[in-house]
Design a binder for this molecule. Sequence first.
Ligand code: GNR
Ligand code: NI
Length: 167
Amino acid sequence: MAILNILQYPDPRLHKVAEPVRQFDASLKRLIADMADTMYDAPGVGLAATQVDVHLRVLVADISDRHDQLMVFVNPEILEGTGESPLEEGCLSVPGVYERVARFEHIRGRAQDADGKFFDFEAGGLLSVCLQHEMDHLQGRVFVDYLSRLKQSRIAAKLRKLQREAG
Ligand code: GNR
Ligand code: NI
């Protein structure tokens, strides 16, 4: 069990674009287990590898109350998105900030599991927004990138100050 460090906005490493996973080996399984531990510890409903400074297309999610419904998505792709979600979102890399950004209400896609086996997925509600948020992380995009420049600079200043105070 390992809790990994979660990069905090405005860290430039949050803007790196993740590479596809090609080796479904023991180190991938270790990464997935550590990401799950880190997500549950935080706690959050999702975590992208980018947030722990690993630039591979891996994300984990669990929207259950009991934290017993872990979902793993390797090399995820959205094939179709419909509607518009009304949900606000937050991010473990941007603590204390909650905003609505444009997201599909419902998505359909394809991904691989930890062994490389392909599967199709469908999601609505919180899971849909969470997966779109995590897949943005894998492209180097943080949800605050969609906000106004003024809001972005206020958020960056506030978080830099918090990080300074925390040492
Ligand atoms: O824990 C999280 N909650 C959340 C709520 C609404 C929309 C998206 C999310 S993802 C976030 C965890 C996180 O930062 N994942 O990248
Ligand atoms: Ni996030």
